[in-house]
Design a protein around this ligand. Structure first.
Ligand SMILES: Nc1ncnc2c1ncn2[C@@H]1O[C@H](COP(=O)(O)OP(=O)(O)OP(=O)(O)O)[C@@H](O)[C@H]1O
Length: 421
């Protein structure tokens, strides 16, 4: 099937006002209008000011979907991610990433809580159920890895003792993480326990805006290999990769009053996010024209997300903001950023493992050889018949017949050239 250009799906989630914001006397300035629109009002604007319309910073944005505080975890999953599951099983890549400032709900959306699980668990449950339904005509295996990128180093969240890991590109140009733990199981709850445990290993410290702020980018990678069970050797192996990414907060260090270590770390986080922003900018120019130079190599995050952004992946960005008047600036920046990402187009194609090509080739060779055997058998039978019809010249003919047979059949280990069937 021909690769298809697909625009990035961009959704926006606005979380409820939190206690700290209420205590500060913040008001709601981000309003959802209909299913796709959000209006961000400027809190410094006086609605009575007659000059307001000329210098208003109030802005309206349209996304593929907008969720406000009424939206449940299930609503978010159904509208953003559920449609990707089937594709991953049949060999397409997909990526979902949560973007936004610290404390706006990225981890809530991706991981969630036991009572309100997020995208990770819902996706895995649907994935395993769909795989169960393919049983009988296909064999599927699933492997899962979970890592964090913190200050430009990669750590295995399922085995933090393994130290820092390296990114490598394989012969097909796919980015691999050398030495990462891969867990194979078909029990979503079991994986959730691993992820929750892994998430506790995530570099997490209080910032001015979030008491349990994740300081790293977390990447859950799910690989599904589907082998179609055919009656002959014409088997195909499809490999679909799903990335689910919970990015670190995108706020600027100065805005969160972070000092010292937090500020240095902010610079690192922002280096990855800056690289991501640069890629998004370059890709969104001219509707994601591949002529535009895009530097994915600038950070670990962009190297890992290369396919998700510029290559072979169905990609969904879930941007997050606080509705509070006290966060106007960072909400505005986030909305502009997410709005830009809507111009990105990826080129999606189904992944077929090379091995399947070889199997397909073997099938051709085997059917050619079968044809050849049939042809030689009938030739032998023909010769036998001729021998029986001419008993008088048995001696000389017999030897000649034997020689002809040996030539056609070939000696063991030296195949005869294949003639036309
Ligand atoms: N839609 C929501 N409904 C209810 N509570 C929410 C929602 N979104 C976020 N929260 C709560 O807000 C707090 C901060 O959310 P979360 O930790 O998910 O933010 P984050 O964007 O991942 O932050 P950071 O980048 O600092 O890690 C959490 O206590 C979370 O439960």
């Amino acid at each position: 099937m021909e690769p298809k250009d697909q625009p990035l799906t961009v959704a926006l989630r606005i979380r409820p006002l939190n206690d700290a914001e209420l205590e500060e006397g913040a008001t709601v300035i981000a309003h959802k209008m209909g299913d796709q629109m959000v209006v961000l009002m400027d809190p410094d604007e006086d609605p009575e000011d007659p000059l307001r319309t000329q210098r208003s910073r109030e802005k309206t944005f349209i996304f593929d979907t907008v969720f406000d505080q009424q939206a449940s975890q299930e609503d978010v999953y159904l509208a953003t991610t559920q449609h990707l599951v089937e594709g991953v099983i049949s060999g397409y890549n997909a990526t979902v990433f949560a973007y936004g400032p610290s404390g706006t709900g990225k981890t809530h959306t991706m991981l969630g809580m036991d009572a309100e699980p997020g995208i990770y668990l819902r996706t895995l449950s649907d994935l395993f159920q769909a795989i169960e339904e393919t049983r009988g005509h296909a064999d599927c295996s699933v492997s899962i890895s979970y890592l964090e990128i913190y200050n430009e180093v990669i750590r295995d969240l399922l085995n933090p003792a393994s130290g820092f890991l390296d990114l490598r590109e394989d012969a097909r140009g796919t980015i691999q993480i050398a030495g990462i733990t891969e867990v194979s199981t078909s029990n979503a709850q079991e994986i959730m326990q691993l992820l929750t445990k892994g998430n506790r290993q995530r570099t997490q410290e209080p910032t001015a805006t979030n008491k349990t702020s994740s300081r790293s980018h977390a990447v859950l990678q799910v690989t599904v290999r589907q082998r179609s069970r055919g009656t002959d050797l014409a088997e195909e192996v499809h490999v679909g990769r799903l990335f689910m990414v919970d990015l670190a907060g995108s706020e600027r260090a100065s805005q969160t009053q972070n000092r010292g270590k937090r500020m240095k770390e902010g610079a690192h986080i922002n280096r990855s996010l800056l690289a991501l922003g640069n890629c998004i900018n370059a890709l969104s120019e001219k509707g994601g024209s591949r002529a535009q130079y895009v530097n994915f190599r600038d950070s670990k995050l962009t190297r890992l997300l290369k396919d998700a952004l510029g290559g072979n992946s169905r990609t969904v960005m879930v941007a997050h903001i606080s509705p509070a008047s006290t966060h106007f600036e960072e909400s505005r920046t986030t909305l502009l950023y997410a709005y830009r990402a809507k111009n990105i187009k990826t080129r999606v194609k189904r992944n077929l493992l090379n091995v399947s090509y070889r199997i397909a080739q073997y099938t051709h060779v085997i059917s050619d050889l079968r044809g050849e055997i049939e042809r030689l058998k009938s030739k032998l039978e023909q010769q036998e018949k001729e021998k029986r019809r001419e008993p008088g010249v048995r001696g000389a003919q017999g030897r000649a017949g034997h020689t002809a047979g040996a030539t056609s059949l070939g000696r063991p280990g030296r195949p005869a050239p294949l003639g036309p069937p």
